[in-house]
Write a protein that binds this ligand. Structure first.
Ligand code: NIG
Ligand code: FE
Length: 440
């Protein structure tokens, strides 16, 4: 059991309302068994601890009636960098309470990064440099990564993935969605899913990422392979089915058939939509019951109205506009239309190789006109919405104790101090998983 005290600003979050961070200043947070038990004002921490001890005494005993009032344990104040293991006696039983005084730092829920392509090999920095020199991003570049990924061993792919996850955890991400999509054969897509499933429960099959070179002259043949062989082989291995519905990738009709096949195999739908052109993919996503449509760089007013009506999450990916020099969508239009927004990194070797959610938040605020509160919500609660999760993205009672301690007094600093490592410590299920404090 842990009690965090000295929290200057605690972002609790409301999973339902964009930008409603439900901030408690001068806060404390009580965690037991990897879950949030209580979050509230510091002044009420002693009572919360005592009540929790009392409550947990009632359960195992099962004596019924009113339990004797638990004695109030002392909540020790310690120095910023210390972790103290205190002992608390409660109704005759000794329990452990670890008190962690943060000395005036902000705490936010761990980021829920709901869009990633992390199983790949190779490097496309040349393609990036060419883009910065004026070339356009096109779906075709994916084939470069497909060749390198097919040639890599499973260990190489997993090692690369683990390295990227580790980097992202240090920047506050505690939940990852990860897609396949650089294999594009039955064996290579299944190999990617097997790797993904060892690291997250949010696994996505996107065999419909691009038509692989061997099917260049027979795209329908590849769609048949996806539907008849890859999806059946992936049944039970992918929680989500995704497709890149775009000029140069898959048509709306092909996308429809692929998503239908994925749904029939028990996968939930999501879509890459309107990344490069203002096609019909956003409306199609709503029609197909997608939980989230991602990119939405181009969206008409009627697209937004349809998505708002359907309750489809729109996941904006600021790092992709940054790295492809595409126009930034204006989040205010989406918000005004009543659309529920998430922010994710879409970390991949082609269109944007950043796995930093703080970076995405800073761009989202600066260039997409999210308010800071909306951006922080979108990268935490919004990501949880995009993955249909209620246990992450917030720090209310019952949530997973997934959180980031910021080296800053307020979450506003995430946008105010772009490019600065403000994530000081990261906890997942109540366990310290990253510590960026200088180790002297
Ligand atoms: O989300 N748009 C499709 N897929 C990725 C890019 C993949 C790549 O360029 O390798 C994306 O941007
Ligand atoms: Fe993507």
């Amino acid at each position: 059991m842990q009690l965090f005290t000295g929290i200057s600003e605690l972002v609790v979050n409301d999973l339902d309302a964009l930008g409603e961070l439900d901030i408690i200043t001068d806060a404390a947070l009580l965690i037991d068994d990897g879950r949030v038990v209580w979050s509230g004002p510091s002044a009420q921490a002693d009572t919360a601890v005592a009540e929790h001890f009392g409550a947990s005494e009632e359960r195992p005993g099962g004596l019924g009636g009113s339990a004797p009032a638990a004695p109030r344990p002392e909540v020790a104040a310690v120095n910023d960098d210390d972790i103290v293991n205190g002992e608390v006696t409660s109704v005759g039983e000794l329990a452990e309470l670890e008190t962690i005084d943060l000395g005036g730092k902000a705490v936010i829920p761990g980021f829920v990064d709901s869009h990633n392509h992390l199983v790949f090999a190779g490097d496309r920095s040349e393609e990036f440099a060419a883009r910065m020199a004026g070339q356009k991003y096109s779906a075709g570049g994916i084939a470069t990564t497909v060749a390198a990924t097919r040639a890599a061993t499973e260990d190489e792919l997993e090692g690369n993935l683990v390295h990227l996850l580790e980097q992202a955890r240090r920047q506050g991400t505690t939940t990852f969605e990860i897609k396949s999509g650089y294999g594009l054969t039955v064996a290579d897509e299944i190999r990617a899913l097997d790797i993904i499933n060892r690291h997250t429960e949010e696994s996505t099959l996107i065999a419909a990422h691009v038509v692989p070179p061997e099917y260049k002259d027979d795209p329908e043949g590849y769609v048949d392979l996806v539907i008849d062989e890859i999806i059946p082989a992936a049944q039970g291995k992918a929680k989500w089915i995704d497709a890149f519905c775009e000029t140069g990738a898959f048509t709306e009709d092909q996308t429809k058939r692929i998503i239908a096949a994925g749904k029939a195999a028990g996968m939930k739908p999501r879509l890459h939509a309107n990344q490069l052109t203002e096609g019909g993919a956003l409306k199609l996503g709503a029609e197909l019951g997608c939980v989230s449509v991602d990119h939405a760089t181009f969206a008409s007013d009627s697209d937004l109205a349809v998505l708002a009506e359907a309750g489809t999450v729109v996941t904006l990916l600021p790092g992709i506009e940054f790295s492809t020099r595409q126009p930034y969508p204006d989040a205010r239009r989406y918000v005004d239309a009543g659309v529920r927004l998430a922010i994710a990194t879409d970390c991949n070797p082609g269109s944007g190789f950043s796995n930093s959610v703080p970076f995405a938040i800073a761009i989202g605020v600066r260039d997409m006109h999210f308010t800071v509160e909306q951006a922080v919500w979108a990268a935490t609660a919004g990501g949880a919405n995009a993955l249909q999760r209620t246990d992450v993205g917030h720090l209310g009672a019952g949530a997973r104790a997934d959180l980031a301690v910021l080296d800053a007094p307020s979450c506003r600093h995430l946008a105010y101090r772009p490019g600065v490592q403000l994530v000081e410590r990261v906890y997942s299920d109540g366990e310290l998983i990253a510590d960026n404090r200088p180790q002297i």
